[in-house]
Design a protein around this ligand. Structure first.
Ligand SMILES: Nc1nc2c(c(=O)[nH]1)N[C@H]1C(S)=C(S)[C@@H](COP(=O)(O)OP(=O)(O)OC[C@H]3O[C@@H](n4cnc5c(=O)[nH]c(N)nc54)[C@H](O)[C@@H]3O)O[C@H]1N2
Ligand SMILES: Nc1nc2c(c(=O)[nH]1)N[C@H]1C(S)=C(S)[C@@H](COP(=O)(O)OP(=O)(O)OC[C@H]3O[C@@H](n4cnc5c(=O)[nH]c(N)nc54)[C@H](O)[C@@H]3O)O[C@H]1N2
Ligand SMILES: [Mo]
Length: 670
């Protein structure tokens, strides 16, 4: 960061950082423009117009804190009690301080409802936990050692670009790179091969691969015997998935399935990078679990560069209990699933139990754009008896429904401590500039609000330095080097894990049995199949044939290259590069519907519709469309976005959102 006379003038990556290697992604390259954007919220704002209109007047912090404290205290002391207050936060910043520290303490002491943070990753997280025991996998830095790379349900060049140099290194050393995705993404274009799988069928493909591996004797019997349980049950199960059947399910030619399995079986250290795209379907947890069994069958875990990676978050052992103080939340406090926000706000009888939600405190999130079933969410946000406070940088879709908007600092203006879910480095974020306007860090906003409400637990007064010190109080061996001193000196520290790192080379899985659980007793207790299986999408010909007749196209709304979920959508150059809400579909699907390239179309189902510009795209499966997200509803011509069509159904594991399990029809706008 270059700062001149208090103003940040240049942003760049740290060339010494071993993983990110000094480059920034498309979006963060624009972080200065975002920070100094003319539309930054720089004072507290009080709503003056009707909800949804976004009409505000500026107010002082004193006015804002007094009004919010009074209202939250009134609700807390009413017969509905504190559980009528709901926090809502997710990925705005994933820093330990500004994302999950003082905010959690505040809501725990208050006795507010808890939020089940399921909107992104919970299906895959549970899928991994049930199989290998934790969010731990192959180390991305060992990628160059691998002799086959499979990018499975991930648009690496868009959503995980720092992995790419490591992929290229493996490729340079001779590893074929294969991308499995219903869309021939910009990532797939750079790979040796694109396998255009039918959405939601990845588990079937993995089962088919395992069928071939066992049938042709390519399994590692020694690894299976020593480090897994359930090999026999798995072996029996995969017999149900011969390549011919898998071809019918996945839409991949039978010969290709057999050859893929053989490639995998011949490899000694195949690196499978799964990401969250393939788990945004009803069977997402089982899909991740099934793929995660592959390296145990072939023993690829033995070698650096071999294995599966979904997330490295389980390697980090910051002291979250100390940071968040879950012990202060009253026993029996209810938990509300963030993927069901629409229902929680509009149908309190539908399952949340207890009092209706009367106050919503949103930070690090823009549910007015990113939550599924947009119309239900907006119906909730519009409720006149709902008190909504939003901590934000900008007047997002969500802010338009807020009673109060509070100005929050950006990454350049506050202190934070960061973990990662793709690599093994912790980092310290030091503020580079003073807060703009009257903006305050989330931590400080919750400290002030607590004081104003008369919440006097001493932990609510800790400053940011104290929070960092507490997060670092851990005896976990892999955290030994992660000291404040090192962080201050270098900015980042690699966790104390061996290099090269092959987490399960000698077993040591984090499951109850200590083995890779090909058979899972815990899944059985959850009422799920204990052995890997294929679970079709709910919105599919298999499970909803009538629906599929009316709405034959599966709509995937994975990230646009220029946006970070709904962040950066209002940054001029990025918005111009993304052009406008678009929907890409196969030319055959387009012609069948008389849709010309560039035509304005309506994308619809029973939940809602939005308009977009159609793009013909050869590189997409027939029957699949791609609407890159997530646009601000209010920046779209029709004031809505793709989430008008997505549903509030949940995944098989982790009760996660199913954004891509979404059938629609597309027609020319009339
Ligand atoms: N530029 C950018 N980067 C981001 C983000 C962003 O919004 N923008 N978001 C960040 C966040 S919060 C997350 S969680 C990660 C997400 O990172 P990823 O999980 O990599 O991202 P997605 O785009 O959700 O999914 C990737 C791919 O999965 C494919 N896909 C969808 N359904 C299926 C399926 O059933 N099977 C298979 N095999 N593939 C399928 C999609 O076509 C898409 O190309 O990225 C992070 N990085
Ligand atoms: N249709 C569809 N919907 C999706 C997805 C999809 O692929 N398709 N992806 C899903 C996924 S993976 C995720 S993770 C969610 C993400 O959804 P969200 O977690 O809501 O993420 P963003 O949309 O980026 O909104 C984050 C907001 O936080 C604000 N913010 C950033 N930093 C700070 C801060 O320090 N303090 C405060 N107070 N605010 C801050 C930003 O200005 C931004 O408006 O969206 C989900 N929604
Ligand atoms: Mo996410």
């Amino acid at each position: 960061m270059t700062v001149e006379r208090g103003r940040a003038t240049r942003i760049q990556g740290d060339p010494d950082h071993p993983f990110t290697q000094g480059f920034l992604c498309t979006k963060v390259n624009r972080y200065l423009e975002r920070t100094y954007h003319a539309e930054r919220v720089l004072t507290p704002l009080k709503r003056v117009g009707p909800k949804g209109r976004g009409e505000f007047v500026e107010a002082t912090w004193d006015e804002a804190l007094d009004a919010i404290a009074a209202r939250l205290n009134e609700i807390r002391r009413s017969p509905d009690g504190p559980q009528a207050i709901l926090p809502y936060s997710y990925a705005g910043t994933m820093g330990l301080l500004q994302g999950e520290s003082m905010d959690r303490r505040f809501f725990h002491v208050l006795g507010a409802s808890l939020l089940d943070r399921t909107i992104c990753a919970s299906a895959g997280m549970i899928g991994m936990r049930m199989t290998v025991g934790a969010s731990i996998g192959a180390d991305a830095e060992s990628l160059p050692e691998s002799d086959l790379v499979i990018l499975w349900g991930t648009n690496t060049l868009t959503s995980n670009p720092h992995l790419w140099p490591h992929v290229l290194e493996a490729k340079k050393r001779g590893a074929p790179v294969i991308c499995i995705d219903p869309i021939r993404t910009r990532t797939a274009e750079q790979c040796d091969e694109w396998i255009g799988i039918r959405p939601g069928t990845d588990a079937a493909l993995a089962l088919g691969m395992m069928q071939v591996l066992f049938a042709e004797g390519m399994q590692d019997d020694d690894y299976l015997a020593r480090h897994t349980i359930g090999a026999e049950q798995l072996r029996a199960r995969v017999k149900e998935y011969p390549p011919s059947r898998v071809a019918a399910i996945t839409g991949i030619p039978e010969a290709r399935i057999v050859e893929l399995a053989r490639q995998y079986g011949r490899a000694r250290a195949a690196f499978v990078r799964i990401n969250y795209g393939l788990q945004r379907h009803a069977g997402g947890g089982m899909a991740v679990r099934t793929i995660a069994c592959l390296p145990a069958v072939t023993g690829h875990w033995r070698r650096p560069g071999g294995g599966v990676q979904l997330s490295s978050s389980g390697n980090f052992a910051f002291n979250k209990a100390k940071l968040q103080r879950p012990d202060l939340s009253p026993p029996g406090t209810r938990m509300i699933n963030m993927s069901l926000l629409g229902e929680a706000l509009t149908k309190p009888d539908a399952g949340i139990g207890g009092p209706p939600v009367r106050a919503l405190v949103v930070y690090n999130s823009n549910p007015g754009a990113i939550a599924p079933d947009h119309h239900a969410v907006v119906r909730g946000l519009k409720r006149d008896d709902l008190f909504t406070v939003v901590l934000e940088h900008f007047r997002t879709d969500t802010c338009d429904y807020a009673d109060w908007v509070l100005p929050a600092t950006t990454q350049l203006e506050h202190r934070d401590l960061h973990w990662s879910y793709g690599h093994l480095y912790a980092s310290l974020n030091k503020p580079a500039i003073a807060p703009l306007g009257q903006a305050l860090p989330n931590t400080e906003i919750f400290r002030r609000l607590a004081a104003r409400m008369g919440l006097d637990h001493p932990c609510l007064a800790d400053d940011d330095d104290a929070l960092i010190a507490q997060a670092l109080e851990t005896t976990a061996p892999q955290m030994r080097s992660v000291t404040l001193e090192r962080l201050e000196r270098d900015g980042w520290v690699r966790l104390d894990v061996p290099r090269p790192y092959a987490p399960f080379a000698n077993g040591g899985f984090h499951t109850p049995s200590g083995k890779c659980e090909l058979y899972s007793e815990r899944l059985k207790e959850m009422g799920l199949d204990p052995v890997p299986t294929y679970t079709p999408m709910v919105e599919s010909v298999e499970l909803s044939p009538d629906l599929a007749k009316r709405y034959p196209i599966t709509l995937i709304s994975s990230p646009a290259h220029q946006f970070l979920n709904s962040s950066f959508v209002n940054v001029g150059p990025l918005q111009r590069a993304a052009r406008e809400p678009e929907v890409a579909l196969h030319p055959t699907d387009a012609q069948r519907r008389g849709i010309a390239d560039g035509a304005r179309v309506v994308v619809e189902n029973d939940r809602g519709h939005f308009t977009a510009t159609a793009r013909h795209r050869e590189g997409i499966r027939e029957g699949v469309a791609w609407a890159p997200g997530v646009w601000w509803a209010k920046l779209s011509k029709d004031g809505v976005n793709v989430n008008t069509t997505t549903s509030q159904r949940l995944t098989d594991m982790g009760a996660g959102a199913v954004f891509y399990d979404n059938l629609v029809e597309i027609r020319v706008a009339g």
